[in-house]
Ligand binder design. Sequence first.
Ligand SMILES: [Ca+2]
Length: 398
Amino acid sequence: MIYGTEETMDVSGGWHDAGDYGRYVVSGAKAVADLFYAYEMGAGSLDDAGIPESGNGISDLLDEARYELDWLLKMQDPESGGVYHKVTCANFPGEVFPEEETDELILSPVSTAATGDFAAVMAKAARIYKEIDEDFADEAMSAALRAWDYLETHEAKGFTNPPEISTGEYPDEKTGDESFFAAVELYLSGEDSFRDKVLALCKTSLGMGLGWADVSGYAALDLVESSDEGIAEAAEMAEKVVLGAADALLEKIEGDRYNASLGIDYYWGSNMGAANNGMVLLEAASLAGADSARYQKAAKEQLDYLLGANSLGYSFVTAYGGKTPENPHHRPSQAVGYAMPGMLVGGPDCHLEDPYAQAVLDGAAPAKCYVDNSQSYSTNEVAVYWNSPLIALIAGLV
Ligand SMILES: [Ca+2]
């Protein structure tokens, strides 16, 4: 049901976001952007990942991304072109399998951030899938343009949960970065009229954010890879930002015993931060020519950190390594009684943002604020958009 109405819509498909069964546009779009990056970083020929589409002659990264993209298309309001922020029940379920979550599903209102992210990944999909499925590529481009029209004709506004809904909020007040990402992808996919918007938004919204709230870095990564003369000025600015960010990371890495890139601020989802930082370092390596080896080495160290070279000795990927999370905050694993393999958990969060972490981690050093307990959703949950930059990082390193 669409919130505040009696209307319903088919929004079947797509990925469960994390330890719960919500499906969220902004975090899903980040995960799609990472899979695209992995595809472009050289893992494009992967066709034996063990997904149902493996062996079909199309990159498994694109097959998997397509699963989410097909769902995203359904999340667009056919009349306005705006994109609903998320679809969840009113509250999180208990420790049950997804088919046992039977409360009514509610579409939360359209948001500017969701619509901007949607426009960006659809525009990029139009480019990437052109040779593979032309009809889908055309559909993606027209959906992207309708989303852009929505942004042009509606005042930007953040998202807050309606009072009856308590699931993940993913609020985002600052939406210049989403517009910037969308404009860059629309331009690079052949919409020449977006050139001036790219140049203007580059001056106000360029950054290195690779998270669900700040997606400016995805625009930067694609700008630096572009040789298009029309936006050379923006590409040069983006190159400075990528290399500047990578140099700042090198400094942190050199000052850390475990070659981690997070300094002393281990925040909720810090493992995503380590993987994202690895992506920035990889991009810097591809830009730095003769100087690339140290960026490449630092990127590899971020993978090492995630797989066990850290102060806890934990490989943060379930069932990979000798000491790995056995009790993730992940309802299917909790329901079945063991940790499903291959999931990157959130990792240390020194802000102690759940009651269990507060009870057992008080006074711990920032990098050690992690506990392998299913109650600790702020350190031991899993999420699609934490796994996706890990995939991108590995793709770039192999
Ligand atoms: Ca934003």
